[in-house]
Structures are given as structure tokens and as C-alpha cells.
Design a protein around this ligand. Structure first.
Ligand code: AMP
Length: 209
């Protein structure tokens, strides 16, 4: 049995056409079904539908053999116990520092950065020797500078429309982001042929896009 972990929404929708080209099609519809393990047209392949940030955990512990996770989630998880053999080139965007264009950056206290990516933010500013205070939020980061909760934010930017609508601009580029295929290390050994075959098909589907 091969279990593939996916998160609902964009990753699910963008991954399904790639899986279809590898001959794997969901039988249950994730939009209407409340099932968390979805059947596919292949008896020995199931899709596990979980939160995006849980995908690396499931795959690291072997609760899923394979997963699809954003590079942002993988950078934040920051663990070498997963193989990351393929860039699926979906859900592409950038991890940016953003804020007001001419922000008054205070010098009497540490810079305050609002983000849900605490580890990435910590590493990025530490590498530059900049002392910051990180404020963990779970969503709507763009609000934080407006209500004076933070000086800057670290978040994903795709079109830039959300920043613009809130009077903010991208200021510093941290990383290019896209969704990656991750594979459990033991599964890669135990189910080598099956996984290699799937990787081959998916690689071709990505290249053909
Ligand atoms: P945009 O307005 O197109 O720049 O999109 C920015 C908003 O969408 C922010 O709230 C981001 O957190 C979110 N976002 C952008 N790209 C992605 C992505 N690939 N995955 C998840 N969220 C994203």
C-alpha cells in the first residue's frame, strides 16, 4: 500500500492532474467527501488529506509514504529525515519580508516581525546579524503593521495584490517557493520500484507542463 499525503485546496487541485498523468485518479471527491483517506483507481494507492503543515510529520514518521508540501512548510519544518526528490513547480510564490514603503524603523527597540514562519524568520535575520523580536501569528499577517503590532511581516507573496490592498510593499526576498514531493526514507527503500516509477511519471508530467 502506498499512501500519498496531500493538503486540501490549491495543492490538492494542482497535484491531481499530475497524478492523473501517472495513472492515479481519486475515486472520492475531496470537495464533497468528508473522508480523510480517499480511494484511488488503484487498489494499492490511497490519498490522505491533511493540513499542509502536517504533511512533513506524516511522511517523516511513515504514516504516509509520500507527500506534497510547499517549500515554505518544509523550510519551517527544517528536518533532514525526509527525501525531497522532485520540485512539482506548483503553487509557486515567494517568501518575502514586507512592510510600509517608508516605514519608520524604531532604533530604541528591536524590530518586531509578525509571521507564521517563526523558524524561517529567525534564521533569516540571525544570518544577517539583525536582532529581531518575532511575533507568531496564524493568519492575516498583513494586518500587523497597520495596527502597529509589528514593523514588518514575513509571508508568501504571489501577485502582490494582498500587500498592495493593505498599503504594504515587498522589501526583501527570502526564498522562491513551490510545492515539493517528499518521500519517507524507509518507504524509499522498501517500495523502491513503485516509488521510482511514480517519480518518473511525475517528473515527466512536470516537464511537460
Ligand atoms: P497575493 O495577493 O497573490 O500576493 O497572495 C498573497 C496571499 O496569498 C498571502 O496571504 C499568502 O499567504 C497567500 N499565498 C500566496 N501564495 C501562496 C501559496 N503558494 N501557498 C499558500 N498561500 C499563498
Amino acid at each position: 500500500m502506498l499512501k500519498i499525503a496531500l493538503s486540501k485546496g490549491r495543492i490538492f487541485e494542482d497535484t491531481l492532474p499530475l497524478l492523473a498523468q501517472a495513472g492515479i485518479e481519486a475515486v472520492d471527491n475531496p470537495k464533497t467527501s468528508r473522508k480523510l483517506i480517499l480511494d484511488t483507481n488503484q487498489d494499492d494507492i490511497k490519498l490522505v488529506v491533511i493540513r499542509a503543515s502536517d504533511v512533513p510529520t506524516y511522511v517523516e514518521y511513515g504514516a504516509a509514504d509520500i507527500g506534497v508540501a510547499g517549500k515554505d512548510v518544509l523550510m519551517e519544518y527544517d528536518n533532514d529525515d525526509l527525501y525531497e526528490p522532485l520540485d512539482l513547480k506548483i503553487a509557486q510564490c515567494k517568501m518575502m519580508v514586507a512592510g510600509f514603503k517608508d516605514a519608520d524603523i524604531p532604533n530604541h527597540r528591536r524590530l518586531r516581525i509578525a509571521t507564521k514562519y517563526v523558524n524561517i524568520t529567525q534564521r533569516y535575520f540571525a544570518e544577517q546579524g539583525r536582532q529581531v523580536e518575532i511575533i507568531k501569528l496564524y493568519g492575516s499577517m498583513e494586518l500587523a503593521p497597520i495596527v502597529n503590532l509589528a514593523d514588518l511581516i514575513v509571508d508568501l507573496v504571489e501577485t502582490g495584490n494582498t500587500l498592495k490592498a493593505n498599503g504594504l510593499v515587498p522589501l526583501e526576498h527570502i526564498a522562491d517557493i513551490s510545492s515539493r514531493l517528499v518521500v519517507n526514507k524507509a518507504a524509499m527503500k522498501m517500495q523502491h520500484e513503485k516509488i521510482k516509477d511514480l517519480l518518473n511519471h511525475l517528473g515527466k508530467a512536470v516537464a511537460a507542463k
